[in-house]
Design a protein around this ligand. Sequence first.
Ligand code: TGC
Ligand code: FAD
Length: 393
Amino acid sequence: MAQDLFQAPDYYLLDDLLTEEHKLVRDAAREWVKREVTPIIEDAAQDAKFPKHLLNGLAEIGAFGSFIPEEYGGAGLDQISYGLIMQEIERGDSGIRSTASVQSSLVMYPILKYGNEEQRQKYLPKLASGELIGCFGLTEPNHGSNPSGMETKFKDMGDHFLLNGAKLWISNSPFADIAVVWAKNEEGRIHGLIVERGMEGFSTPETHHKWSLRASATGELIFDNVKVPKENLLPNKSGLGAPLGCLDSARYGIAWGAIGAAMDCYDTALRYAKERIQFGKPIASFQLQQKKLAEMITEITKAQLLTWRLGVLKNEERATSAQISMAKRNNVDMALKIAREARQILGAMGITGDYSIMRHMMNLESVITYEGTHDIHLLITGMDITGISAFKN
Ligand code: TGC
Ligand code: FAD
């Protein structure tokens, strides 16, 4: 991998909208990515290995539960700081951001919001420090976009619950210590349960041969008559709205993260275009290449503005699920298109691991699929503006 010369584009002087704390948090994450992620990420992706040694550093920069109150070990930061951390980590790699956003939004968030005090005290400080790593099990082999149809179920056995079923495509599952699992009770109501590694009948086989998110470990969660203690049920919210509420937090982080991947592709392509000589001139002097670069910085700037505003609304607890959905869809689509164009600017060099672009491009194929596919998010906006659900008969 070439030296990390990243310079973040800020065409509309958006730094002026950030507080000193935002900039400190963002710059610490940026430096950490340059120092720890860039030098190893290409090999990790080529070898399809999650670089576990990064977990401590992620905890140190506040990437695990930045918005979780300090009394539970979190950093107690606002939503814009959370977004900026996700942006910087995904500038390095979407898979590393996945680990951080799953831990923060899909494991710590439900324990904070839907758990009781005992559960918060037991799990949150250890999740914040990285002593425990979590995963989130919603998707099943037969139920991806429509989680309401889930088949994983649990039965009340008096002194414990008996859990049966399977989850697929679960980030961090192969090494996670705990899983927040969504399952139906005997009445068909969805609840969250904390399942711990080591419980009999619980296994987490890894999913291999991915061309995307290769530096992230993805796997299954299999429950074969797992005895889950009753105190592991998240008591404060049930129904599909409970897991979907966690997705709001994660989708928000992804909206920021995708900007990071796009910024890296743009910055790499701009530098390359100014240095690469063809026909006796830098390729940056050709109008077609300038058009590509001009469109990229325009789209990045629009996404930055959209997402900053969303962060303000989120801080004020006024952001709607539909607004978050729009930002996730727009920004990931924008980043994927930029990755494809940037790859072309680098010609043949763009397909190598000497540059980050092809890795970002392949990663973004997962990012545009998980946390709700691009199409599902279009339909969420459609439902919001028409009042008619395309999902219901
Ligand atoms: P619908 O009838 O619309 O809603 C059911 C209940 O949920 C409420 N609700 C929400 N609540 C909070 N936040 C949201 N975003 C919500 N959206 C809906 C809704 O008000 C209702 O509440 P109530 O009280 O009336 O029961 O549900 P539906 O079955 O029609 O489905 C709607 C749809 C398709 C939008 C939803 O199922 C959906 O978003 N599907 C996409 C599935 C998805 O995103 N899966 C992600 C899995 S996790 C993941 O990918 C992690 S990757 C992590 C990484 O590596 O970074
Ligand atoms: P499907 O739902 O089968 O969709 C297939 C296609 O049909 C898509 O193009 C979709 O847009 C389209 N489609 C579906 N329904 C409609 C409709 N009503 N109208 C129009 N088009 C429709 N899940 C977790 O629970 N936890 C995780 O940690 C997690 N991590 C993941 C990591 C990776 C690397 C990946 C790739 C996925 C991960 N997922 C995770 C799963 C992810 O959330 C699902 O893949 C996603 O929700 C889509 O489900 P699906 O793949 O089953 O596609």
